[in-house]
Design a protein around this ligand. Sequence first.
Ligand SMILES: Nc1ncnc2c1ncn2[C@@H]1O[C@H](COP(=O)(O)OP(=O)(O)OP(=O)(O)O)[C@@H](O)[C@H]1O
Length: 988
Amino acid sequence: MVDINKYLETQLALAKQRSDFRSSKKAPVSEKSKAAAELISKKQDKNSMKKSSKDESKENSAQIVHAETSNTSAARNSEEDSDYIPSDNDDLSEIPTLNIPVFPTTSRSKLNLKKIIDDGDTHLYKERLENWKQNLAAACAGKYEGETCSADIHYIVDGNEDVNEMHQMQNGLNIPCYIWRQLYKYQKIGVKWLWELHQVQSGGLLGDEMGLGKTVQIIAFLAGLSKTDSGNWGGLGPSIIVAPATVIYQWVTHFHYWCPFLRVAVMHHSGSHVGNHNKLIRELHDSHGILLITYAGVVKYSKDLMSRKWHYLILDEGHKIRNPDTQVSKFVKKFQTPHKILITGSPMQNSLQELWSLFDFMRPGLLGTYNAFMEHFAQPITQGGYANATEFQEATALEIAKALRNMITPYMLRRTKAEVQEHIKLPEKNEQVLFCALSREQRDLYMGYLMSTTVRSILDKESRYGDPLRARVLVALSTLRKICNHPDLYLYEAQEECQEIDEETFGFWKRSGKMTVVHSLLKIWQKQGHRALIFSQSRAMLCLLEQYLQNQEYKYLKMDGTVSVGLRQNLIKTFNENSEYLVFLATTRVGGLGVNLTGADRVIIYDPDWNPATDSQAKERAWRIGQLRNVTVYRLLSGGTIEEKIYQRQIFKHFLSNKILIDPNQKNVLTTSTLQGLFTYDEPNCEGDTETASLFKHTKVNVHNKSKEKHNKTSIHEGASFSQEKVTEMRRRAREISRQIMSNIKSKPKALEEKKDPREEYKKKRDLILNQPKMNEPELNLIDDKVTNVPFENILSELDIINLHSKKDYEENLLKEALQKRESEAEEGELSGDDDNDTMPNIDVAKDPPMVDSATQNYAEQNDIQDQISLKLPENVTEIDLEEKRKKSDKHHKSKRKRRSSDKLNPEIENLIAVKKIKKKETRRNNEKHRNDDDYVLSKLFAKAGVKNALQHDVVVGLAEKEKRHRLKEEATKKAKLAVRAVKFSSK
Ligand SMILES: Nc1ncnc2c1ncn2[C@@H]1O[C@H](COP(=O)(O)OP(=O)(O)OP(=O)(O)O)[C@@H](O)[C@H]1O
């Protein structure tokens, strides 16, 4: 025992030397990162100062972005930032490309995409109409041989006879049977509901989940109106549909298919109409047609549009008006018609004020004035949702949420995919959150930036910059997000203009943790025959991904704001119909909304948005009606970074939304976030879990398959070649040393004793933040609140952050290195047959592999040494006790080991893991060939691509409540145990 102690002490000294040497070698990288951080921070300070003076009057970030991205030339400077900042802006088609190296977009430039022609041009419209009539006549005569370009022709070709046959609804709405019969049952209910609203002269919100055919329901209803002679307009009057630029032509296609007799014109420069826009408005109005226009277009032509009366005003992706203060919200609310329909798959995204804004459009007055609503509904509901809410606040929130839901229910129709699954029979969807490790370079840059003056000034309570804090915070957060994506997104900014870019290494995938994961995924998916959508918030990141795809010679298509609106629909069609394209790259804002991309069955959300709905919208592009294969969605997050905090906020917002739309009883499990919490980097905890993974540890995805086992075998053998017993033994020794060191430190002179442990200090401050005396006020909420008065006295100083990151577990790390060194040396010994059997009982791992869940094993491999070291032996347990216990258990160890490991690593939990177990059984029963694709992919990621954890997203969201109950139960059990112990102790 003494020997090994001595040995470890020597190793400790060696490890220290090595570490010193390494850090001196590492200096250039760190210096570079630091210098870059300083440079960028100076630039950003300048920018944010400019910005703050420019936007002094503007209260929220969305407005700042809106102003920047509309048409000012100043927008260029901060354009990259805007990619990451919450924004309402979608119509990016006019925005120039970024000032970063542009690589040739081979796929796109080679494509010869045809534009879809709308009915703006009278001549072309008449031609289309004539064509359709001829084709229909030919179909009726049984002579049609062309493509089935519309639903009515389809109907005839399918053997039906009367295309004019109508389905009549109560009170007289006539819907052509060729449409009605194709609708799913819930869609028919949707049409009926629209008709009811119509009769009571009311607007409404069609809020079905994405991909359930809202467009089709609206078109069916409008077709019905146009065939019904009723009301002031004698059927369907002139109507406007406002939609995001990307989906405008999707509407055209849908109308031409379902309702070829209606005139549908696009009022956008990409449309077929040439000349004065007033002429188009007049013509459309006279022919009772449908005018399709973008949100930007409505603002631009609002005066001319409002000078006429319109029958219907329909907002597709209507959540665009969720901010009541934007111009577009104000304009659309001015249209004088009771028939206002709002379509959105994500009605409430961030806060309750959004719901108010939507209702203020289609049912003005229903939810009262803005101020009254905020005071009497929004505030109590939000407050009652915080984890620190009192029972009374919770109860009040519940009642108010119920009341609100009752008020809005008649005017809002929302069905989820789960509810209508019986009808649509969608294939399965598997959605996982992958926590990826930062690359070494990213980590350096991240830390460097956290210590930069920008971050310091944000967290400094005597900030010399003063307000507005918000702009600076957003810029800083945006920078952290860039680092998480790829170091070059950040370093490039820090470069002097004259500095040349090294195109060889610029954007290299191995320099980014998440890109490494993408690399692994695509490699596997290509072999497995899957096709992928990759979404990123930032166009700059898209460029890097594009460069990567080119280098790997993968075929891809790319759609961002620079692709002309008229071509987008065809780009999508090309991807869907042409399986040679492996990847469809898109920015979340341009490609993530409203479009159908069912050609892909794999989705990667490369970076999370503050707004959960943005990510949900993106992932739903593939999982919708028309999808025939199982869909897997991976959200990539850099563990411990700002991205993880964003994800936590997403979950919080999800709860808020569900409370109103689904279950008012739902409670939160998350605490509100603090400013300083966003500017930290959290190493995985002692179990190898990131913060979120440990919060929702029961939703962790465990992969178990033979390939992984095989990998574990090899990695254990190759990497450490140590039996579990040996490692345990070494850890025990290490703990002892650690204790000795601690006691030495404690017995050292006073000067040293007085030196406070920075971790203790940090803990204290953290406790103070988490248990603030003023509980009622939610802490800073960057997105929802207009609050900028951060409780600075509770914010950690820069010194704390440095302490937290750089000095954390210094001696433990040294020990860890010592142990690793010991392990590798011992391995050499083992390989050469020179095993030290006296001191270390040897169990051949390769012969008797533990039934260890691969994911857990992986975390264990990475982190358990540190975990064990940081644990302290209970005071009353002696070395001898332990030694004896260990010897006893050794006897039975081999036989029981298998069972124990699997028990330990498969705790009894009721959620997904149970499902996985069933799958596992099936898998075993069937054949290895039928092994779940996703499990295989995950096992590879865990093994090679630096993925730390994977959570089942749906389970996180859906079962968070269970998690809370579970934790309560755990707490209660703990308390009960303590009580029993106390009672026993008292009776002694
Ligand atoms: N009854 C139907 N018969 C055939 N196809 C349908 C039907 N309903 C919907 N679809 C198809 O399902 C896909 C999704 O429909 P649609 O785009 O209308 O969904 P959505 O609810 O508007 O989605 P999002 O919210 O994403 O815009 C489309 O390709 C559409 O053609």
